[in-house]
Ligand binder design. Sequence first.
Ligand code: SDX
Length: 383
Amino acid sequence: MSSIQKAADTRGLAGQTIGDTKVCSVNQTQLIYRGYEIADLAANATFEEVSFLLLEGHKPSTDELARFEAELRDMREPHPEVIKVIHGLARSAPNAHPMNVLRTGISLASHHDPDCEDNSAEAELRKSKRLLASIPAMIGAHQRGLEGKDPVSADPSMSHAANLLWCLSGETPGEIATKVMDVSLILYAEHDFNASTFTGRVIASTNSDLHSAVCGAVGALKGNLHGGANEAAMDMLRDIMDDTTQDSDLTVGAWMTRAFEEKRKLMGFGHRVYKNGDHRAGILRDWGLRYANEENASAKKWFDLGDEVQQIMFEQKNIHPNVDFPCGMTYYSMGIPVPQYTPIFVASRITGWCAHIMEQHANNRIIRPLAEYTGPELSNWND
Ligand code: SDX
């Protein structure tokens, strides 16, 4: 380790405050979006209201909200070429990762956005709304293509959360499914300088455009140490369920002990900031369990297993679940295909990303930290 790292383990900029933001505060005691605490927002706001709060910087008035919702509903259909290409990739490149396909869709959308090269606040707000509104249709077109079905047109009569579920399944979602999705989108929307948001800010700081910054953020969120953990957490639970079902002598505890011995990272657990638990995890778990109890009793076993895994992680490692752990069980209970969990994270976090990109452009200086050289001593090439 270098001298800097010996002082404190600052790898990955751990513990380093490297800027300020008016968008969000993440700390051990609270998660706050522009002055409003996450439990308050999850209980009393809609995702549309939270999106307005993040993008515009204040709680919307009744009229402002009505105008915002109407704008989003009018923007839900991406350019036809975006849907055509995304849907076609499901057939021509069926193994392409859904996050990479969504990244392609967002990049394609930039070519058809008249504001693409305009970094003014007004233009970036327009671009943010277009992406927020149309990403559900992009996600749906890919999933339905993978199922050999035609894309469905976005439904302007539905709420944002309901339209996302409609685009994915082609079925009108029920009340509780819509509510659970809406809460999950609120919980996922923003989280200060997490890896994908910081990626977006670094790209924006070079005076590059919003779509380029968002494409970079999508790439960062895909990783299983970040947003990709929601899919990996559900895959881990399915492995535990399968292994302990096939081998009746193998207990969950024994499975976990083996994972600890193999020094595996258990997906959906731990957090760089939260060391006493993620404020969002309990909220989403409770809504997910409510969905299972009301709509899909067979899915309750995932929450029972999740509680057992969570207990063992706490007792043996003092490590708490993050929001991605309950997300896996919740979306699985709702019948959402696992490979679409992280794209749905994008459908929410696009609000936080765009708020930060606009904040960076409004008061910008290129982000360029220093590095300590630990390479070979100086030599002459002709020696
Ligand atoms: C998100 O930053 C954000 O805000 C992100 C996010 C957001 O909203 O944007 O909250 C969303 O990305 C949540 C995190 C999702 N990722 C995972 O669930 C992947 C599994 N988690 C770990 O990889 C890890 O906990 C991280 C990546 C989340 C945090 O990495 P840190 O801060 O480097 O980990 P740490 O210092 O707290 O861990 C100390 C030790 C580890 O030492 P190393 O092996 O890393 O050297 O604790 C152990 C481990 O020994 N440990 C784990 C573990 N997490 C930490 N051991 C097993 N399983 C885990 N999940």
